[in-house]
Design a protein around this ligand. Structure first.
Ligand SMILES: [Zn+2]
Length: 315
């Protein structure tokens, strides 16, 4: 038996945001860049409150700030606008406040607009929360945003989407539906990146979110969090951690993934903390590791981290 869960409404297509009739008295949760890029104007909200201080790799304190500032105000619904960070904070806050959730991705990769996952830092360490309460009521996927995305953000997001669908395809808790979506997602994303076709990247990212969101990511994501804890952005870490994980797992996506990592040209990364301590922490991440197609030991993880540290992943 399989169960598929997703937002009750998914709206997609270029300029779909500008055609959507937003409710009054929304709280818009986003990050700093949204105003400068003209995105808030593009939403054409009637009257709204704004929280635009979501940071990269956000912490639970950001949610607490929002709750203390807005819990006692008259808000009809919460709009999350931005990358995975802004959407995760918006979903988490809206769930706590029991509000209607409208999620709008502006970078295409996290899939957060269609998943029940929110990743937040607790005591400086990234942790992923999984709960049906985090599902958006409405997700709006509008490719208009991708043309205003800075190159660095663009490539980190693209790699995240590719990592998610390919790890998802290999996940032990996958099924026919998730495998179908994850594989199609990879095809769309790969073709979109190699041929610079943004519409394909946006669709690929949506399929990826729906696919892995109904199973899980695996070793590549588990390895990435210790790098992100040291300030390396999610996609940048995945370029290396998912590559070594795919090799370890004998994933059928290994060489296609590697080819795209090379094309997007990521600077090498290095873990500052001790790899044995990092391996201990990674091994506690059961949500990812229990679904990995191969059993992973402490020693395996240390070897993979050292491979990344020795800048030996892309050869
Ligand atoms: Zn991810």
């Amino acid at each position: 038996m399989y169960i598929i869960k997703q937002p009750s409404k998914i709206i997609f297509g270029k300029h779909s945001v500008s055609k959507y009739d937003f409710p009054e008295n929304c709280l818009l949760i986003t990050s700093k860049g949204a105003k400068q890029r003209g995105w808030i104007e593009y939403l054409r909200l009637k009257n709204y409150s704004l929280f635009d201080k979501v940071e990269n790799n956000p912490s639970i304190e950001t949610v607490e700030k929002i709750l203390s500032e807005f819990s006692n105000t008259k808000i009809s619904s919460i709009i999350g606008l931005g990358g995975g960070s802004a959407l995760d904070v918006a979903k988490f806050s809206a769930a706590k406040m029991n509000k209607f959730k409208i999620m709008i991705p502006t970078t295409f990769g996290s899939g957060s607009e269609v998943t029940r996952i929110a990743v937040l830092k607790i005591n400086g360490k990234k942790k992923s929360f999984h709960d049906d309460k985090f599902f958006a009521n409405t997700a709006i996927v509008d490719s208009e945003f991708i043309s205003h995305t800075p190159e660095n953000v663009f490539k980190n997001s693209a790699i995240d989407a590719l990592a998610q669908c390919s790890e998802g395809f290999d996940s032990k808790i996958g099924n026919f539906y998730t495998k179908f979506l994850c594989e199609r997602a990879f095809d769309y994303l790969e073709s979109g990146i190699l041929n610079e076709d943004n519409e394909k990247i946006v669709l690929g990212s949506l399929f990826s979110g729906l696919g892995f969101g109904n199973c899980s990511t695996t070793l590549g994501h588990a390895l990435s969090y210790v790098f992100s804890n040291e300030g390396i952005s999610h996609g940048h870490a995945l370029a290396f951690t998912t590559t070594v994980a795919h090799k370890f797992n004998d994933s059928k996506f290994y060489s296609r993934f590697l080819k795209i990592v090379k094309k997007l040209n990521f600077e090498s990364i290095k873990l500052q903390s001790n790899s044995h301590n990092a391996a201990d922490l990674i091994l506690t991440d059961k949500k990812h590791l229990d679904n990995n197609p191969k059993l992973v030991s402490h020693e395996d993880i240390v070897l993979l981290l050292e491979k990344i540290n020795s800048n030996n992943v892309l050869n």
